[in-house]
Design a protein around this ligand. Structure first.
Ligand SMILES: *Cc1c(COP(=O)(O)O)cnc(C)c1O
Length: 372
């Protein structure tokens, strides 16, 4: 889908904010720890290539993506750093892993066996860089028994197709005050590390939350995601180590301003009826942009004032109640600062009953991203 570049609705990304968040993390990390920028899902909705460029400038050592296609897109854009695919890559695309020099997370013996039986001439000169994933308690992907890890290591060592590049795991409760499971997972990971005769280059377990609140995490690499975008992984629960700078603003403009009479209704289904003469503004963003219908009742900013979204949110447009007559083309802020006030991604998440990660990822491809 092409971005709608000729509509006033836009996402502005504060490049300096991303740069500073990464620099703060690099400076604060233990000596010898490398940072990979997690840019999966279009960099959490921020725009993958633009964010990757800033991250490279800020000094990261590599990238994490979720799918092979995201990795290929980074390579095609000219990135030479290590790229690790965090999700499971279908074995039938092993040739693409070689061609684009992408590292993969491997979670099962079946995967290794299936590759072992393939023939592709690229394997004559190059190896697939594998990071064995250990399921220490997340319950998502990964080897669960020591016997399986040993068997995987044997397959890797006895095949010329694989290079053992990493051992990794993922925490389920790193953003939680209760650290019982976190400690158990960390110990389990160390137990597996201890059976390795040859340690791979990368040992990694930490996402942003572990880097912030569990500084004794195992490994030499942080898979830095949400913190890079200036968002607190715990929402409002745990304090930030250093002031995070949110990078994303979502803006639009009033495309129509009108006064309606008492008794007149707004939008589909007549869910909102004016009880007095009311100024109404129309904003060109809707649920097709990821601004969900549930956002009805939330207030967005125009000329520094909160204006409630009234009536149903449509696919491409929504209406707000204005405190007074406002100008055609007046700036509207849905996320970010406007005048003295600010709407955060967390505010939106609170209204939706979800987390800011989801809010960021929902923002659709139809909205163009501009890096400033
Ligand atoms: C998405 C992801 C990360 C990044 O997590 P943040 O909370 O955004 O820092 C790290 N590791 C894995 C396996 C992930 O899927």
């Amino acid at each position: 889908m092409p971005a709608s570049n000729h509509r006033p609705t836009r996402i502005l990304i504060d490049s300096q904010a991303i740069f500073e968040n990464i620099q703060n993390e690099i400076q604060r990390a233990r000596v010898g720890i490398e940072i990979f920028a997690t840019v999966k899902a279009n960099a959490y909705g921020h725009g993958m290539i633009g964010v990757a460029k800033i991250a490279r400038k800020a000094g990261i050592a590599g990238f994490c993506v979720a799918t092979i296609d995201e990795g290929i897109e980074l390579r095609k854009a000219g990135f030479k750093e290590t790229i690790l695919i965090l999700g499971i890559t279908s074995p039938e695309f092993s040739n693409l892993l070689i061609r684009y020099n992408l590292s993969v997370v491997v979670a099962t013996l079946e995967w290794l066996h299936e590759i072992k039986n393939q023939f592709y001439k690229g394997f004559l000169s190059k190896k697939i860089k594998v990071h064995l994933k250990i399921d220490t308690g997340m319950g998502r992907i990964g080897f669960r028994s020591i016997a399986d890890v040993k068997e995987a290591l044997e397959i890797i060592e006895n095949s010329s197709m694989f290079a053992f590049s990493g051992l990794c795991s993922h925490f389920a409760t790193a953003d939680d005050k209760n650290d019982i499971l976190w400690i158990r997972q960390n110990l389990r990971f160390q137990e597996i590390v201890n059976i390795l005769l040859n340690k791979p280059h990368f040992l990694h377990t930490a996402n942003t939350a572990s880097a912030f609140w569990h500084k004794d995490f195992s490994g030499n690499l942080i898979r830095f995601g949400i913190g890079m975008y200036g968002l607190n992984p715990s929402g409002r629960t745990l304090p930030e180590d250093y002031p995070l700078k949110p990078a994303l603003s979502l803006e639009s403009e009033l495309v129509q301003v009108k006064k309606i009479a008492a008794g007149e209704s707004i939008s589909y289904g007549q869910t909102w009826v004016a009880n007095e003469p009311t100024w109404i503004g129309t904003v060109p963003i809707g649920y097709a942009d990821g601004w969900l219908r549930k956002m009805q009742g939330f207030s967005i900013l125009v000329a520094g004032e909160y204006c409630e979204i009234v009536g149903r949110i449509c696919m491409d447009q929504l209406m707000i109640r204005l405190p007074k007559k406002m100008n055609f083309k007046e700036k509207v802020t849905l996320i970010g600062k406007n005048g003295e006030r600010e709407i955060t991604m967390q505010d939106v998440a609170d209204h939706l009953g979800t987390i800011h990660y989801e809010v960021a990822c929902l923002l659709g491809e139809r909205i163009p991203r501009f890096f400033i």
